[in-house]
Design a protein. Structure first.
Lengths: 318, 259, 361
């Protein structure tokens, strides 16, 4: 067994995408730090962006990310890590497409307890908080044995990341061949062309209250400057200010972005139905009684077009 | 192709206020309507589409109480040829225990399949683990969050997995395999009430889940249920235009959508 | 099947001539009937244009009932599962939560909380007079004033009434028109069973759509079915409701299709408005049986057609402006919702009749 790990360690399996160390990994590293355990980071080849002062050790699997994040290969890699370094107390994955995939497969292969989408930890009881019913309630979950496998919700432990004085050493555990059962072929970018507002993380949505079609180009500019996708309510489509594919609502599309910035949208029932599950709803309207303020997380009463112009100015100068 | 689809009956909780009972011991689901897990609609639809194109059959399986028959009827109305209910009053919370139960059933009853589909996750527990654990127990290849089935061959599939930020990953998976299907892969057909009535005439086998529960023990337990921290109404942002815009951009940065 | 009636069609074109969708959209009901006569396929998007105004059915000299033929075509598409996604959602929502918006059934009676008096469950009343709220009015913040107003009006005159509360399910009028026969039958069964169980003797509906289906499509319930305007007219003429002020605005009345042309209730809302407003009630040229359909019915509330054209609601608003009206009054929540957006843009208000009454009582 390699030194420094006899006290029990946390194995953080990195999520790497096109050679970049995903920001979500800070939450898995953060949880490990929060639990005050030595943190070991498991990486594939060809990764950039790793801050080696945040972890105690780096274990490198000599294989490319596509094969590394293949759950079948991951099981072999974890087996080798357990063999070489002993079993950790926790194996942490990001709660993401690949993270959850590998975590489940590993849990089944090694018959280990699995708790996913963890966003909190209670030190006294050693239980983990897990969302149920879209965050309406949380379950405090306890694992029956160790190691247990967790996937960690993005944004939940980021502040716990600390830096050590020295950089972690990198140790290799050898190469891993592609598996029979599954092989990585290639990455595919989603086709451009028609806009799919349902895939956007950030929607800038405009309503009838912007006044006229002439105001639209500046909103398009703002959306671009803020890397948002432009969407709208039904009257805007009815008036032909924007095409139908941008419409949010009962007779349009239902969206669940991270941020829904509604500008000059009153909050008619049929519109709300299409966006009420957005993580963060920010409403801007000149009418303080506009129903949308009942559904928004943040509200601003003011002139929408003036705000747009100021935001553009700030965004461009940033 | 013979495809088995696991489907789940879940409570509809959008806009409902959920009550925690008995000082954190359980969640009150008694007055809620139930329906098929949204992701499972996509899984069933994808299985039926593949089979409509290339031949074969789809079987729906549900683990749950008698009422879970509802989702099997729906699967049949969508095109599955039959359904099997593994009946239990209380299906285990732990996806590992459920996957073990499913695994025991498949092995004991010698169920043959080319592929097993599940939804990416269930609306109630959002574990996103059942399919992966089952695949590992079966020692079958697994791909989660499948957003497109590009090629269907006798011995393998080429599928696309949905990653983050609009990126996808194409992978080749040998058969038999397990896939978890992502919403948006297709447009599930509408199931009419008359369609469900017709589906009721197709046999759905009911078996006792307990017969397959040996060594299907839970590895995790829920010790308590809690509410999330309270959210107030819309927090109003005030100030002059410049201040308000500055604060707004700050919120956007915090949410990770603006740098 | 109604489609057998197409054989009687002589292609006179009266249907298309009366259709609110004709000319400006690709929807041509005469042509659709013709295609059905020859058992030709009808383009899948077309049947969804129909607003169920039923003008074609009312005017057809051969009793072909074209609006029913549309429902038949839709029901085939529904059984095939090939329907617009938004219609699918509305139907699935109705199946799960008994209202097309998918709002929780448990919140259906929340509007009652806005009243400052108790409203009993229908089972607790003596006279078994049921006030049927309707999905839109139970859940939509804008339309919620309507049941609140009517409840207040009835309460102030001592008329006893009760509600079904959470047991109320969608009447199914739009569901049947969208072609989901099975779902309509389930809704009808559920509501009818509740009416029977509680011994309901009279139903006061707030939406002409609910009234229409209860009167004509629920079979012989043995229950007196009224639109609230009929009830309130009785109360006004009987003297129990006395307007104390005058509503001093220029008001034009818009006849809803389901109240007016389909159920011949033209006078009652007019009588109420006449008692309430100071000046003469203005009238559209296309009024009463010829009223211009607002395009809210027939599932159009849940489906946006591909064609881009000037909506009838905008035309109606222009007509109102041209005659100098300040308020468009109507007595149907669908009309209210469809007219309000274009009206507000042009500085007009849309008021449901009960809103005007509340200002003067």
């Amino acid at each position: 067994m390699s030194d420094g790990l006899s006290d029990g360690y946390v194995l953080v399996v990195a999520e790497v995408r096109r050679g970049l160390f995903e920001e979500r990994n800070l939450d898995t590293i953060g949880l490990g730090k929060f639990m005050q355990k030595p943190v070991c980071l498991l990486l594939p080849e060809k990764v950039s962006g790793v801050d080696h002062t945040t972890i105690g050790k780096v274990i490198k699997a000599e294989t490319e990310e596509g094969n590394f994040q293949n759950p079948l290969t991951m099981v072999s890699i974890l087996g080798k890590v357990f063999e070489s370094y002993g079993r950790p107390e926790y194996v942490l994955f990001t709660h993401s497409s690949s993270g959850a995939e590998c975590a489940a497969y590993a849990a089944g292969s090694f018959a280990l307890p699995l708790i996913t989408d963890v966003n909190g930890w209670d030190r006294d009881t050693g239980t983990f908080f897990k969302s149920y019913y879209s965050d309406k309630v949380f379950a405090q979950c306890k694992a029956a044995a160790q190691p247990s496998i967790l996937t960690v919700r993005s944004g939940s432990f980021r502040e716990q990341v600390t830096r050590e004085a020295s950089e972690a050493a990198v140790e290799s555990i050898g190469a891993f061949a592609a598996t029979e059962g599954r092989a990585f072929v290639e990455y595919v970018e989603e086709a451009g062309g028609a806009v799919d507002i349902t895939k956007a993380d950030f929607l800038l949505s405009v309503g009838r209250g912007i006044g006229s079609k002439d105001e639209i180009p500046r909103f398009e500019e703002l959306a671009q400057a803020m890397r948002a996708v432009l969407s709208c309510s039904r009257p805007v489509v009815d008036k032909l200010w924007l095409p139908k594919e941008r419409q949010v609502g009962t007779s349009g599309k239902t969206v669940k972005p991270k941020v829904y910035l509604a500008m000059a949208i009153s909050g008619a029932f049929q519109h709300i139905a299409g966006m009420k599950d957005a993580d963060c709803i920010i409403a801007v309207n000149k009418d303080p009684e506009a129903p949308i303020f009942q559904y928004a997380h943040f509200g601003i009463v003011g002139d929408v077009n003036k705000m747009r112009d100021k935001l553009l100015e700030l965004a461009k100068n940033a | 192709m013979e495809i088995v689809v696991f489907t789940k009956r879940v409570p509809v909780t959008q806009e409902e206020e959920l009550r925690i009972l008995g000082d954190g011991q359980s969640v009150n689901l008694s007055k809620l309507p139930f329906r098929m897990n949204d992701w499972d609609n996509y899984a069933v639809e994808e299985a039926v589409k593949i089979v409509e194109k290339g031949g074969g059959g789809v079987t729906g399986i549900a683990i749950g109480d008698k009422e879970a028959d509802e989702v099997l009827r729906r699967a049949i109305a969508m095109g599955a040829k039959d359904g099997i209910l593994l009946e239990t009053e209380a299906a285990p919370h732990d996806p590992f225990a459920r996957a073990m139960l499913a695994y025991n059933f498949l092995k004991k009853e010698n169920i043959s399949f080319d592929a097993i589909f599940t939804g990416v996750q269930a609306e109630d527990d959002q574990f996103a683990a059942f399919g992966g654990i089952l695949a590992a127990l079966l020692k079958a290849p697994f791909a989660a969050q499948v957003i497109g089935t590009d090629t269907v061959e006798k011995d393998h599939l080429v599928v696309r997995r949905e990653l983050e930020g609009g990126l996808q990953e194409r992978v080749r998976v040998s058969l038999p395999c397990v896939l978890s299907i992502q919403s948006g892969i297709n447009e599930p057909r509408y199931v009419s009430i008359m369609g469900v009535r017709k589906a009721s005439k197709v046999e759905r086998k009911v078996l006792k889940a307990a017969a397959y529960a040996e060594d299907a023990k839970s590895l995790i337990e829920v010790t308590q249920w809690v509410y999330p921290p309270k959210k107030e109404g819309a927090a109003m942002i005030t100030g002059d235009v410049g201040e308000v815009c500055g604060k707004l951009l700050g919120i956007l940065k915090e949410k990770g959508v603006y740098q | 099947m109604n489609s057998e009636r197409v054989i009687a069609c002589m292609q006179c074109g009266k249907c298309t001539g009366s259709c609110p969708e004709a000319g400006k959209t690709p929807f041509n009901i005469r042509m659709i009937i013709r295609k059905k006569q020859f058992q030709r396929a009808v383009e899948e998007a077309l049947p969804w244009y129909c607003t169920s105004c039923s003008t074609c059915t009312i005017r057809c000299p051969r009793d072909v009932k074209p609006s029913e033929v549309i429902i038949d075509i839709r029901s085939v598409l529904i059984e095939d599962g090939r329907i617009p996604v938004t219609i699918q959602k509305a139907l699935e929502n109705t199946f799960v939560q008994k209202n097309p918006w998918g709002k929780p059934r448990s919140k259906r009676a929340e509007w009652i909380g806005k009243l400052d008096f108790e409203v009993p469950h229908i089972s607790e009343t003596k006279e078994k007079r049921l006030l049927f709220a309707c999905c839109i009015q139970a859940y939509d913040p804008r339309c919620m004033v309507i049941p609140v107003n009517v409840a207040r009006l009835l309460h102030s005159t001592g008329v006893e009434f009760g509600v079904l509360g959470e047991e109320e399910a969608c009447c199914g009028n739009e569901i049947r028109r969208m072609g989901e026969v099975g779902l309509f039958e389930e809704l009808r069964e559920e509501n009818s069973a509740n009416f029977a169980e509680y011994g309901v003797k009279e139903i006061i509906t707030l939406s002409p759509h609910c009234m229409n289906t209860f009167r004509k499509e629920y079979g012989d319930l043995g229950i007196r079915i009224l639109h609230y305007s009929e009830k309130v007219k009785e109360l006004l003429e009987g003297g129990s409701l006395k307007p104390e002020r005058r509503y001093d605005k220029k008001v034009v009345y818009h006849d809803p299709c389901f109240l007016g042309k389909q159920n011949a209730i033209f006078d009652e809302p007019r009588v109420l408005l006449a008692k309430a407003i100071g000046s003469d009630l203005l009238e559209f040229t296309r009024m009463r049986e010829n009223s211009l359909c607002c395009e809210g019915g027939g599932g159009r509330m849940f489906f946006d057609v591909e064609a881009t054209y000037q909506r009838n609601s905008e035309v109606r608003v222009k007509e109102a402006l041209d005659m100098g009206a300040e308020i468009i009054a109507t007595s149907c929540p669908f009309c209210v919702m469809n007219l309000e957006d274009p009206a507000t843009e042009k500085g007009l208000s849309v008021k449901e009749v009960s809103e005007i009454l509340m200002e003067v009582i």
